[in-house]
Design a protein around this ligand. Sequence first.
Ligand SMILES: Cc1cc2nc3c(=O)[nH]c(=O)nc-3n(C[C@H](O)[C@H](O)[C@H](O)COP(=O)(O)O)c2cc1C
Length: 366
Amino acid sequence: MQTELSSTLGAEHAVFGFTPFPAVAAAISRAGGFGVLGAVRYGAADDLARDLDWMQEHTEGLPYGLDVVMPAKKVEGVTEADIEAMIPEAHRAYVEETLAAHGVPPLPEGEASGWRITGWLEQVARSQLDVAFDYPIKLLANALGSPPPDVVRRAHDHGVLVAALAGSPRHARHHQEAGIDVIVAQGYEAGGHTGEIATMVLTPEVVRAVDPLPVLAAGGIGTGEQVAAGLALGAQGVWLGSVWLTTEEAELHSPLLTRKLLAAGPGDTVRSRALTGKPARQLRTEWTDAWDDPTGPGPLPMPLQGLLVADALTRIQKYETEALLGTPVGQIVGQMNSTRSVQAVFDDLTRGFERAIDRINRIAGR
Ligand SMILES: Cc1cc2nc3c(=O)[nH]c(=O)nc-3n(C[C@H](O)[C@H](O)[C@H](O)COP(=O)(O)O)c2cc1C
């Protein structure tokens, strides 16, 4: 499963894996893919440095990348406290009512939320980059729009390719104009923030729109047959996020959440603004239902919603409140039915890819 892009980056397989967990990212690179560590959950740059040190020790010189969330709109100079102050009281009350209706206790005195969204603030993302460029990352990906021109220049000065996620051909062309090197065409079925176009339709349109830039197909890919489909659509690789959540290396720290993911079907996700204020695909729960309920106050815009619900999500996770517990995940969750090692996922991807190629060759009479 090699393409020009995977060869340029030094990876055996053109399978890129986004994950918030260093142990998963390192295992993806060791299995011959290209691990990309998500940085948004790191508030302090020191924590990121610690985990990148760990990645260095556990990737055996194999290539890996980093994903930051730099919003296209500048929110420079705004602190978390400034944003907190903009949250209406009625929304805070609705959070407490919803938690109380499910018997979720408060956090113990002095225990802070472990779930922060400060990585969305430009100054935090920039401090993460100050750290990241000290490591031999090969790719810098950005989730919400093109990174600012100086960041693209800085990456190129360090010999780092820049990738950006796009949910439409228009987005993709904008990235191309901004000097981005790799476009991740991420379809509607993907976990996390998504647009409204399915991967099957989006990938070839983006490939055409930004030719000759390399495109990675993302969203709804979890089997080798789907890898083959993405490459058949003209992509130079595939970008997978959900499938790693149920691997042995994932640090979800919630056996209940793992059970829910393993049991979920392809129709058990919803594209909701409940988590961040922007539409993001996630497990459908009574928590997402509460925010999508037309009789409720509805979600706040990004980044207010993320701050509003940060403590609540920590409480739901800590007290394992089954009806409310969820995570970003895509429709591929329906095929995540057993816990496998990252290496076993790659073995399955390789076998499925070969099956697909054999089938197509037979159909083509080769
Ligand atoms: C738990 C989770 C968290 C995610 N967080 C981010 C993120 O911080 N930045 C980003 O660029 N993409 C994020 N994504 C999206 C992935 O990068 C990827 O595009 C997506 O998972 C691909 O679709 P799939 O879920 O069907 O594999 C996230 C996805 C999941 C499942």
